[in-house]
Design a protein around this ligand. Structure first.
Ligand code: SAH
Length: 395
């Protein structure tokens, strides 16, 4: 598996989808040229469609009031505004929602690829956790997603559509109502205010598409999400970290989890390729990191493995000079996992050492555990159900 890391995967063919939902500006302009829109009208037409697709969230060309009837029908003849299919929606007791999405099958695939996307409402924000790949190649030993084989990179369109779908389901486009069974942030706030690339996959192994997607999400004429509210989390693909900062301006999160190479090699095998020293050097020079734009270090709390006070002190030492915040994540168990979550007093002790050193050290409250939507649990349930169905069918 390790040898496949540098050049991971079969790419989805970009040509097949004829839907304009999730299109980049370049793709939209190309589509309009194809629909015989004259060059001189291209800017105006692109701007109109962009507004309808991303600001208004419409799903038919007919809803585009200021576009001529003739063009609407030409477009409808050649394109759609279809979004990936929502195969399942689960709502947790705490308001967390998880959607299983099925993407259009590419030529090379026997089955359509599926990925999950999770919405986490809080009083002052709503965070959408999006996937960048179907499955993952990294094999982190505590992550369930890592035990499933990678199918492919998601396209920019498929990443953007996760946001369109979530906003639609949450009633977050003009004229829609919020779901009756749902929690969304307080009055006047957008249901989806923050995006984290913390779903399935390693975003920096799919950086071109992640970048294209971020530029669409942050486009002021459309979805208009603030770049300060878009965070990309990486297990540490060092050679691409600077590029992420330069080309997207997104916030950076690092899945650190250990303070010594020997242990990190085991938890995050990618560490063998890009050890701690190189990773932290890349963080030190991350473009536009500052005290107002801190890098988040994620640290999963594993009982008896990485949760001692000495390790907390070492963490503080390692991060010296980096504008950082530390996010302690209680380990979310999954069937057959080789780890347990640290005891609460151990988490508190760890957090206190970091806090006393001057860092914010919030402990991430596990959300959506009842629907297997918490960190590292994605896709597993669906796969399990499927495996059971196969067993029952006697395969
Ligand atoms: N590949 C990227 C994106 C995944 S983000 C990355 O590694 O950063 C998902 C986050 O959840 C990562 O910080 C990951 O380390 C963490 N995680 C994975 N499995 C977990 C589990 N079982 N319990 C808690 N956190 C987990």
């Amino acid at each position: 598996m390790m040898s496949s890391l540098a050049q991971p995967i079969a790419q989805a063919t970009e040509a097949s989808p004829r839907s304009l939902a999730g299109a980049t500006r370049r793709e939209l302009a190309a589509a309009l040229l194809e629909a015989a829109v004259p060059e001189r009208d291209l800017r105006m037409r692109s701007a109109q469609l962009w507004h309808w697709i991303y600001h208004a969230g419409v799903t038919t060309f007919d809803a585009m009031g200021n576009v001529s009837k003739a063009l609407r029908s030409t477009l409808a003849g050649q394109f759609t505004l279809a979004r990936p299919e929502v195969v399942a929606e689960q709502v947790s007791a705490d308001g967390t929602r998880k959607w299983l999405l099925r993407f259009e099958r590419t030529g090379a695939e026997a089955n359509a690829a599926e990925a999950e996307c999770v919405y986490i409402p809080e009083s002052d924000r709503g965070t959408l956790c999006v996937s960048s790949q179907v499955g993952c190649t990294l094999n982190c030993s505590f992550c369930h997603t890592g035990t499933q084989k990678l199918v492919r990179n998601l396209t920019a369109r498929e990443i953007i559509c996760q946001v369109l779908i979530a906003r639609q389901r949450l009633g977050d486009f003009p004229g829609l109502a919020p779901p009756k069974d749902g929690l969304v942030p307080g009055q006047g706030l957008r249901a989806v205010s923050n995006i984290v690339f913390m779903g399935m996959g390693e975003p920096l192994y799919n950086l071109e598409r992640v970048r294209d997607a971020i530029l669409v999400l942050a486009d002021g004429d459309g979805l208009a999400l603030s770049k300060r509210r878009i965070t990309v989390s990486t297990a540490g693909v060092v050679p691409r970290i600077e590029e992420l900062g330069l080309t997207t301006g997104a916030m950076l999160a690092i899945s650190l989890h250990a303070v010594r190479d020997e242990l990190r090699d085991k938890l995050v095998p990618l560490n063998k390729k890009y050890p701690l020293k190189e990773l932290l050097a890349a963080c030190r020079s991350y473009p536009s990191a500052s005290n107002a734009r801190r890098i988040t270090f994620e640290y999963v709390m594993l009982k008896g493995i990485n949760d001692s006070p000495a390790e907390a002190r070492e963490l503080v030492r390692l991060l010296k000079g980096i504008p950082a915040k530390i996010n302690l994540i209680p380990f979310n168990p999954w069937p057959g996992a080789p780890y347990e979550c640290s005891d609460w007093p151990a988490i508190e002790r760890f957090s206190e050492i970091i806090f006393n050193a001057g860092y914010a050290s919030p402990v991430r409250t596990p959300r959506g555990r009842d629907i297997m939507a918490a960190c590292g649990q994605l896709k597993s349930e669906t796969e399990k159900l499927r495996a059971r169905a196969r067993m029952i069918a006697g395969e």
